[in-house]
Design a protein around this ligand. Structure first.
Ligand code: SF4
Length: 203
C-alpha cells in the first residue's frame, strides 16, 4: 500500500558534530583521518549552523541533542545558543577545557583508563589536565557532569586501578551507583573485576 503520510519523521535524539577542531590528537580519533574536512574554511559558520539546527528541531521534533566534535567546547557560542533549542542536551568533551554553564545539559567526559593508559592514547599529561579541570568545577555548577569509559581489551585488566572521577558527582550515592553499574558492566563483559578505586573527589 502506498504510504500517504508525508509528515517528517520524529527523531527523539540526534547528534551533531559542531567542529572538527580539537586541542588533542588521540591515537584512535577518526576526526583527523584522511578525507575528513579539517580546514577551518570548510566549517559552517555559527549563524548558519544554529539556523539549520533550529529548522531540524522543528521539523523532526528532536528532543535530545548530542553535541560532539572534535572538541565542542571550542565553539562555546554555538553551544550557548544551540542548547536552548532542545529540551535535553548531552555535550561530549575531552575534559581538558573548562566547562561552561549551559541549559538542560549533561556533560560527558571521555576517560580511557588509568593515567598511563589514558595518556598513551590521548597525550602526555592529559589525564591530570582532566582531573585539574574537574577540580575547578564550582559546587554551584548547574549541569550534571559524568565520565564515560569505553571498555576494551586494552583497559579491561586495569579496572582495579581505573581512576575514575566519580567525585564529580555531588552526592556520594550517585558515585556509588555509578561504580556499581560499572562493575556490573565489566562482569557482563567477562572482564576481570577488581575493586574500583576512587582517587579523585570534587569535595
Ligand atoms: S578528544 Fe575526541 S575529537 Fe579530540 S582528538 Fe581525541 S577523540 Fe578526537
Amino acid at each position: 500500500m502506498k504510504n500517504t503520510d508525508r509528515s517528517p519523521p520524529v527523531y527523539l535524539a540526534s547528534m551533531v558534530n559542531i567542529t572538527n577542531k580539537c586541542n588533542l590528537r588521540c591515537r584512535h580519533c577518526f576526526v583527523f583521518r584522511e578525507g575528513n574536512p579539517n580546514e577551518p574554511k570548510k566549517e559552517m559558520d555559527s549563524k548558519t549552523m544554529l539556523e539549520k539546527l533550529e529548522q531540524l528541531q522543528k521539523r523532526h521534533q528532536i528532543h535530545t541533542m548530542v553535541w560532539m566534535g572534535g572538541e565542542p567546547l571550542l565553539r562555546p557560542d554555538v553551544l550557548r545558543e544551540g542548547l536552548k533549542l532542545f529540551p535535553r542536551n548531552h555535550v561530549t568533551t575531552n575534559g581538558t577545557i573548562d566547562l561552561i554553564e549551559l541549559p538542560n545539559c549533561i556533560y560527558v567526559l571521555s576517560i580511557d583508563g588509568p593515567p598511563e593508559l589514558s595518556d598513551a592514547i590521548r597525550g602526555e599529561g592529559v589525564f591530570d589536565r582532566v582531573l585539574n579541570m574537574v577540580a575547578r568545577v564550582p559546587e554551584t555548577f548547574g549541569p550534571t557532569v559524568m565520565a564515560q569509559c569505553v571498555v576494551t581489551k586494552t583497559n579491561e585488566d586495569t579496572t582495579g586501578t581505573l581512576t575514575v572521577i566519580w567525585g564529580v558527582a555531588e552526592r556520594e550515592d550517585h558515585r556509588d551507583r555509578a561504580v556499581a553499574w560499572y562493575r556490573e558492566l565489566l562482569e557482563k563483559l567477562g572482564a576481570s573485576v577488581k575493586p574500583v578505586e576512587v582517587v579523585a573527589s570534587h569535595s
